[in-house]
Design a protein around this ligand. Structure first.
Ligand SMILES: *Cc1c(COP(=O)(O)O)cnc(C)c1O
Length: 406
């Protein structure tokens, strides 16, 4: 039985289906229904052929530039740098903001480790703030109070990093209002936010800098890649220089600082270029996946779906359910195991960073909301190429946890 439409184009030499093992641990059986496999448009091969025939394959030349222009159009940012990963984009964002050892960088505790890892590797001290029940994203009230306390201590953070979670924008307007008051810049981790909107604007718009990801599991993929975007041309020019080993303009190699090898290969940019025009259709597809889950599961006692606040329009990159064990008669882990036995991949929501051993000494502000979401939240297969019949399998397997298969 075909897993996703992408499977139909399986090349026999591949060790696993091009549906891919985007995020998988433990490795799913080959028949698994995956969380968010890459979906191919069919245009990638022609784009790759054109790139190879042009001779442009390095991270330079017209193809990454064209990809940057396409990302600028999709995100509404005038200045965009294409890079090798979303994590690289975040790292360059931290460099643009001048993060130094001992600086604090604040983010939402409910996120993927890549949000904060580059800052920690630069010697910054992370501070993890809780999220709201309303949006599962950074709590602006908590942020405002904590910023006031930090100002009183005389130790404001170098940056505040809200995260667009599972395709849902953080409330950047409220967050900006608190940060502007103290002159603290905002770097938006919009890796999961591409295609989402906040009060009508694309995700990340309003932040000083925003990072996007084109990893294989994201809504649009280049096979791997990322982008840093800003309204400020100087920031993107600096990031561009740092991404290319910080070469100064000279005939020899001259360096006033050290940089990185973070450019996006033209080969991958070509794949990204073939994918980006499908963004709106993919948002619609992922939203209808979510709608089908709501219709198929919404009546189960103790089960709710990730909320969508009035100010945002989620891309529903991942469809997430929440199971209150006191009302459901089952719990998130039992449902996850039942899905696994049915060959269906699902995953707890991000384990909050304040609960990760890697950050055991980091200061935290609240965290109970995120901790509960981790206990109760489960991400379901959400690919834009998922067939309704495959989704029905997920719904049936979940319903069986309540009604024993009825
Ligand atoms: C995917 C992701 C990243 C990192 O992107 P890569 O392209 O995989 O490096 C960063 N933050 C969040 C929240 C993500 O989901």
């Amino acid at each position: 039985m075909p897993l996703t439409e992408a499977t139909a184009s399986t090349a026999p030499i591949l060790p696993f289906p091009p549906g891919g093992r985007a995020t998988s641990y433990p490795a799913p059986a080959p028949t698994s229904l995956l969380l968010s496999p890459p979906e191919l448009t069919g245009g990638e091969l022609a784009a790759l052929r054109a790139a190879l025939e042009s001779g442009w394959i390095a991270p330079a030349g017209p193809i990454p530039l064209a990809f940057e222009a396409a990302v600028a159009e999709a995100t509404g940012f005038p200045h965009v740098l294409a890079v090798a990963s979303g994590t690289a984009a975040l790292h360059l964002g931290y460099r643009c903001l001048g993060v130094e050892p001992g600086d604090e960088v604040w983010t939402s505790t409910l996120t993927f480790v890549a949000t904060i890892a580059p800052a920690v590797q630069m010697g910054a001290v992370p501070r993890f703030l809780d999220v709201t029940e309303e949006s599962w994203t950074l709590d602006p009230d908590l942020l405002a109070a904590e910023l006031a306390r930090a100002a009183a201590r005389g130790r404001l953070p170098r940056a505040v990093v809200p995260v667009d979670l599972f395709g849902q924008c953080a409330d950047l307007d409220a967050i900006r209002a608190c940060c502007d008051r103290w002159g603290v810049p905002v770097l938006s981790d919009s890796a999961e936010g591409l295609g989402a909107r906040l009060r009508g604007r694309p995700a990340g718009r309003g932040a000083a800098l925003a990072a996007f990801s084109f990893n294989g599991n994201k809504i649009v993929t280049a096979g791997g890649g990322g982008a840093l975007a800003s309204e400020d041309p100087a920031s993107i020019a600096l990031a561009r220089r740092l991404a290319g080993q910080a070469k100064e303009p000279a005939p020899h190699y001259q360096h006033e600082t050290t940089g990185h090898s973070y450019g996006l290969s033209s080969v991958l940019a070509a794949v990204g270029l073939a994918q980006l025009p499908t963004l709106e259709a993919r948002v619609a597809a992922r939203r209808s996946v979510f709608g089908l889950y709501r219709a198929g599961l919404g009546d189960l006692p103790g089960l709710s779906l990730m909320p969508e606040p009035a100010w945002g329009r989620s891309s529903r990159w991942l469809s997430v359910i929440r199971i209150d064990p006191t009302r459901a008669g089952t719990d998130r882990e039992r449902v996850r195991q039942a899905l696994l036995s049915a060959g269906i991949e699902s995953r707890p929501v991000w384990k909050p960073l304040h609960l990760q051993p890697a950050f055991r000494r980091a200061p935290q502000v609240g965290g109970a909301v995120a901790a509960r979401l981790f206990e109760e939240g489960l991400c379901l297969p959400s690919g834009s190429g998922m067939a309704p019949a495959a989704q029905a399998r997920v719904i049936d397997a979940i319903r069986a946890c309540w009604y024993g298969g009825a």
